[in-house]
Design a protein around this ligand. Structure first.
Ligand SMILES: Nc1nc2c(ncn2[C@@H]2O[C@H](COP(=O)(O)OP(=O)(O)OP(=O)(O)O)[C@@H](O)[C@H]2O)c(=O)[nH]1
Ligand SMILES: [Mg+2]
Length: 1146
């Protein structure tokens, strides 16, 4: 616990004005955990000599071994600044991209953040990502520029050069903030305009009053009048600290302003304004002047600040000049222990001096308390955003819900204030580590109490013995059961009341989940009951149905009720038990594992909507199939995977259609951690994991114009492609690629053509998946006769999507295409389109729900829709199935448009139709007709024919021939169940097959998932980095030199399929100098055709007869097919003798 007692922290928790909830954010390895160590050491929790080496908050073994943080963890610290006592709830977060979801969980619970930037590496991809995350959550950042010692020791910059370098870094960080701010202002303006428009519609503003409102469009409106000066990082604002966490020093310019104002007799305020910037000291005039750069003078910052540090490093580390060190220590008023000054490593002495002279913890904690907001300063904007879940807007929420905003703002710990808690993740703790199960030293009072109890027990026992001795006959039993006397019972009760209660053995074995949470309003008490709001919970509905928290589960959808069994203070590796936690604090809650999966909103008021979901930056993409080493341990694995799913914010666990248990993770390092966790904590069994399953997509492209050796292609390629589809009596293919397929019972025929979608359309559809899903839900609701309330924002976004599609789909082929979109797929929101090109078939378009007033008209039209409409859904289902798994290797399709150009239905009751069909191909039709009672009944001729074929017709009378019109459709449907199964099923299968064949009639390609990576490397190792990238099919996009350093930044894309072991290989080849961060970026078509075989002479020459070495796409495809147990067309040894010549050729 260090030198701050638990009672002190409890007292501090009650004063939210002096509480700071903050997290440390940065790119990987920029020194977050090292800085946290110094802050932890300032509370005496670890020794200050170990600060920076221990990495106390990296409590997992693998974190220590790999040297990177993998989960966010919190610790509460006390900081006294003058009169005031502050409580700092500090959360350290990981910087590696694979764990960026942990950053999201940390950021949600905080009001501020310390953003760290490495002075050498500057702004890196994750720095931008975390700044964006902080921005999206509306939390205020302060900056620490860390590792300044590297500028001195590694880059060997002079103090003047270092100053220029630091200026550049600050500019870079501010540029990121600036771009975030600009986009925010523009967004705000859009919202304002939208509101104005709404008001106008409501009639508040007469359009006539503001003529020309629409015409004048000032693009920079809002930018000038928005004050952004507070946003930027600037040393004179006091929101920047310069530090070297490892050497234990750090300062803000306030400290130096104070030191020098005393020494030089210049006012501190003046120094504060001039210490950072283009100012210099004119010694003669004793004045501070502007224009240091122009006049070639040393800026004040260099002269008064950096030079001191540079000379200290020079004396202590470089020259080890004892005399000078003594002198400097004298002038700084610092004393060190002899063992430090005599230590063989000069760094020890250096940090001993620095940590007294400019302790980093003081500088950082002061800045944090001074600049970051307390829970009381929560902005109304942030609250509204937290509560505006989904497409709903804050102003559309019920009034009672809107009133809760004041509870957030007041952050009150009154008993009357509603309790509002957000759980951002669940983490697992060994039950033995829980404070209630731990032995702890007894306090004086507890010892006295126990002594008293023992004495009591002793006297009672004595009294009992005396009683039995004097008693008359019940001697035996009485003497052996002294504990059952009333006094004895009482004793047990009292002992249990003490914190030292013993738990039953089996409970100690278990691991339990603790929720990582924050209280936004009210006081949380142990044993309190609260509502758990599911992500889809609707407060309007809830308010109607429940009033108070009751023990029984209220029957409200997405609302549960649970008890907070225990509350904890999070202290890094340890937990301390608490009875209650007031508003504004971060805490751990035990006992929620049954009702909270990963994150949740808890409250005593049913008016609270669930908070908006955490905003994850990473997409889980790496999947592996997992099985236990011993098949009998399957149940343990299943349980383990369930626990893992709960404990990790971003890992996904699922059972695939094939029955495999699959784990999806954000990257290789994340995968490794999840597997270790499964083995050691959750399942505790031996497991084996498959090789990562790489996702692919299948697509079609326009016929290529050149072949593999860049020769112009004639027509022959087209013909070759088309011959892949085998025609049969139910399947026809015309040379233009239109596939016509008839259902087995000959009652429906569909004609489908596959067309590649333009790349931009695919991208747009992929990016709008959520929006399309909303559209689909609205359509579904409309079909069921409900209406889904969408905010104007969503409606607008959908309109924009529609018009962008219209712009992108130009040309004769796509005429009116957007209005003819029938469905999206797979899963109804994927990046493929089903197009209605059937002549004369009218159906409401997918955009139908956007036009509310028109909706009614079309509803009327619906009533008279033909029977064909009943099967509309079957066509869509067939399309969904076809797009879910393509013909190449059963992977989902992407960027394909299936245009249905023909859809005929030949219902048996429609005499004429059937006639024509039977005449066309009577032989093949016999069986199907004969076994279909409906058909036989409605069509005597057909049944007659069937009889001829040797079958007994079921209804020879033909009695139903004159069935009345009203019953006709019902009969059609009933009659459509024949030997091929229900008709709708046949139609689904037919559409699916038609789509597959249409797909195969076009040149097919695989699409690979691509990572982007940014690698920083020095010139010496640049060549090796390129080597590794080239070997793995990577493509370099950009290479530039980082200003002021010798580093190159290489931006490249790399197929996910080639990425395993990439980071390790790069690290090995460059002796650890370069380490890439891989982030999923997009899907890319692999240009080679998997079904390609050399046909021209040049191709034979180039690739040989087999040409299998060149075809990467084929390799991928066969890999996937093999994994899925599909047929792989491959010859293992083709020509025995060829192998001998192979080495010669190479
Ligand atoms: N030279 C120098 N090295 C530092 C400094 N601060 C941290 N380091 C080193 O940088 C490495 C990474 O430090 P960490 O504190 O683990 O970095 P981190 O930001 O927590 O890393 P992740 O949590 O994995 O993102 C360690 O080897 C530290 O010793 C510093 O001020 N100067
Ligand atoms: Mg760390």
């Amino acid at each position: 616990m260090g030198h701050t007692s638990l009672d002190k922290i409890k007292a501090l928790q009650k004063n939210p004005a002096n509480v700071r909830n903050l997290c440390i954010l940065a790119h990987v390895d920029h020194g977050k955990t090292t800085l946290a160590d110094s802050l932890v050491a300032s509370n005496g929790i670890i020794s200050s000599r170990l600060a920076g080496k221990l990495r106390y908050l990296d409590s997992r073994e693998d974190e220590q071994i790999r040297g990177i943080t993998m989960k966010s963890s919190a610790i509460s610290l006390h900081y006294a600044s003058g009169e005031k006592d502050y409580l700092i709830n500090l959360i350290d977060s990981p910087g590696h991209v694979d764990f960026s979801s942990e950053v999201s969980t940390a950021v949600r619970l905080c009001d501020g953040a310390i953003v760290i930037v490495d002075a050498v590496e500057g702004v890196c991809p994750q720095t931008q990502a975390v700044l964006r995350q902080a921005w999206l959550e509306n939390i205020r950042p302060v900056l620490v520029i860390n590792k300044i010692d590297r500028l001195i020791m590694e880059l060997k910059l002079t103090s003047q050069e270092a100053y220029t370098h630091l200026q550049k870094i600050l500019e870079q960080v501010n540029a990121v903030t600036g771009s975030l701010f600009t986009s925010k202002v523009l967004e705000d303006r859009a919202v304002k305009e939208e509101r104005a428009e709404e008001d106008k519609e409501e009639g508040d503003i007469e359009p006539a009053e503001c003529p020309g409102l629409e015409q004048v469009y000032d693009w920079s409106a809002g930018l000038e009048d928005s004050d952004d000066s507070q946003l930027y990082f600037s040393p004179d604002q006091g929101n920047v600290v310069f530090a070297s966490a490892i050497d234990g020093w750090g300062f803000s310019i306030q400290q130096f302003a104070q030191i020098h104002s005393q020494r030089m007799g210049i006012r501190a305020e003046v120094l504060l304004k001039t210490l950072w910037g283009d100012f210099y000291l004119n010694a003669k005039a004793k004045k501070i002047m502007k224009g240091a750069h122009a006049k070639g003078k040393k800026p004040l910052f260099v002269q008064l600040v950096l030079d001191n540090i540079w000379s200290l490093y020079d004396a202590v580390v470089t020259r080890r000049d004892k005399e000078k060190i003594e002198k400097m220590m004298m002038s700084l008023g610092v004393k060190v222990m002899t063992r430090d000054s005599r230590h063989s490593d000069p760094k020890v002495l250096l940090s001993a001096i620095c940590s007294q002279w400019l302790p980093v913890s003081q500088a950082v904690l002061f800045m944090v308390c001074d600049k970051l907001p307390s829970p009381l300063d929560m902005t109304s904007e942030r609250i509204e955003r937290l509560m505006s879940v989904g497409a709903r807007r804050f102003h559309s929420l019920p009034l009672q819900t809107q009133e809760l905003k004041t509870a957030f703002m007041q952050c009150s710990s009154d008993d009357t204030a509603p309790v509002i808690v957000f759980v951002s993740k669940m983490f697992m703790v060994d039950a033995k580590a829980l404070p209630q199960n731990k032995q702890r030293p007894l306090t004086q009072e507890e010892m006295a109490q126990r002594r008293e109890l023992a004495r009591q027990r002793h006297t009672e026992r004595l009294a009992a013995i005396q009683q039995t001795e004097s008693g008359e006959g019940n001697g035996q039993s009485g003497s052996t059961t002294p504990a059952t006397t009333p006094g004895g019972d009482n004793t047990i009760g009292q002992i249990q009341g003490l914190p030292l209660k013993a738990k039953p053995e089996e409970e100690e074995e278990k691991e339990t989940f603790v929720a990582f949470a924050r209280v936004y309003s009210g006081v949380v008490r142990r044993g309190q009951k609260v509502f758990v709001m599911g992500p889809k919970y609707d407060p309007a509905q809830g308010l109607r149905m429940v009033r108070i928290v009751s023990a029984c589960l209220p029957p409200v959808p997405h609302l549960a009720c649970c008890t907070m069994d225990s509350l904890y203070l999070l202290m890094g590796r340890e937990l301390e038990e608490l009875e209650e936690v007031p508003s504004g604090n971060v805490l751990g809650i035990g006992g929620l594992e049954e009702c909270v999966l990963k994150s949740a909103t808890l409250s005593t008021s049913p008016a609270l909507p669930p908070f908006i979901p955490l905003n994850f930056e990473a997409t889980p993409i790496v999947r592996v199939a997992i099985e236990p080493k011993h098949p009998s341990e399957m149940p343990k694995l299943v349980r383990g995977m369930r626990l893992l799913n709960q404990a990790d914010p971003c890992a996904e666990v699922l059972i695939q259609e094939t029955g495999e248990h699959v784990l999806v993770t954000a990257g290789e390092v994340h995968l490794q951690r999840c597997l270790d966790d499964l083995r050691e904590r959750f399942a505790k069994i031996e497991i084996s994991a498959s090789k990562p399953i790489i996702p692919f997509r299948e697509t079609v492209i326009r016929p290529p114009k050149v072949d593999m050796v860049n020769e112009d292609l004639g027509k022959q390629q087209k013909v070759a492609v088309i011959h892949q589809v085998k025609e049969s009596d139910t399947l026809h293919l015309d040379p233009s690629g239109l596939v016509t397929l008839t259902t087995p019972n000959r009652q429906a025929t569909v004609g489908v053509r596959a067309i590649p979608l333009p790349e931009e359309v695919t991208l747009l559809l992929e990016g709008s998946a959520d929006l399309i899903r909303t559209l689909e839900q609205a359509g579904q609701a409309q079909r069921e006769g409900r209406t889904l309330d969408m905010s104007t924002w969503t409606l607008d976004a959908l309109m924009v999507l529609k018009s962008r599609l219209e712009v992108l789909l130009q040309g004769r082929k796509w005429r009116n295409a957007v209005d003819r979109i029938w469905a999206f797929g797979p899963r109804r929101y994927g990046p493929n389109i089903l197009l209605n090109s059937v002549e004369g078939y009218q159906r409401p378009s997918v955009w139908h729900c956007l036009e509310r007033e028109k909706g009614e008209k079309e509803g009327g039209a619906k009533a008279e829709a033909s029977a064909i409409r009943d099967f509309d859904n079957s066509v869509v289902s067939g399309f969904q199935l076809a797009t879910l798994s393509g013909p190449m290797c059963e992977e989902p399709l992407m960027g394909v448009c299936f245009s249905v150009e023909r859809w005929d239905m030949n219902f048996p009751t429609q005499r004429t139709h059937l006639d024509s069909v039977t005449e066309e191909d009577s032989n093949s039709l016999d069986a199907s007709v004969s076994e279909s009672p409906g058909e036989a009944a409605g069509h005597p001729e057909a049944s007659g024919k069937a009889g001829g074929a040797g079958e007994t017709p079921s209804h020879p009378e033909g009695a139903v021939a004159g069935a009345i019109q009203g019953r006709r459709r019902a009969e059609v449907v009933a009659g459509l169940v024949d030997c091929y199964g229900p008709f709708s099923g046949q139609l689904i299968a037919a559409v699916k097959e038609a789509c597959r064949h249409a797909f195969q009639a076009k040149p097919q390609r695989l699409m690979a998932a691509m990572y982007t990576c940014e690698i920083m490397a020095t010139a010496e190792v640049l060549g090796r980095v390129y080597g590794v990238l080239g070997k793995r099919e990577g493509r370099v996009l950009q290479e530039e030199m980082k200003e002021g350093t010798e580093m190159f930044i290489i931006k490249a894309v790399l197929p996910v399929a080639e990425s395993f072991g990439f980071a390790d290989e790069i690290r090995k080849r460059t002796s650890g100098l370069a380490s890439p961060q891989l982030v999923f970026s997009h899907w890319e078509v692999i240009s080679s055709d998997p079904s390609w075989v050399p046909t021209t002479e040049e191709e034979y020459l180039h690739f040989g007869v087999k040409a299998d070495s060149a075809n990467q796409a084929l390799k991928y495809m066969n890999g996937v097919r093999r994994r899925k147990g599909l047929y792989v067309e491959e010859k293992i040894v083709e020509h025995g003798e060829k192998q001998r010549t192979l080495s010669k050729n190479k």
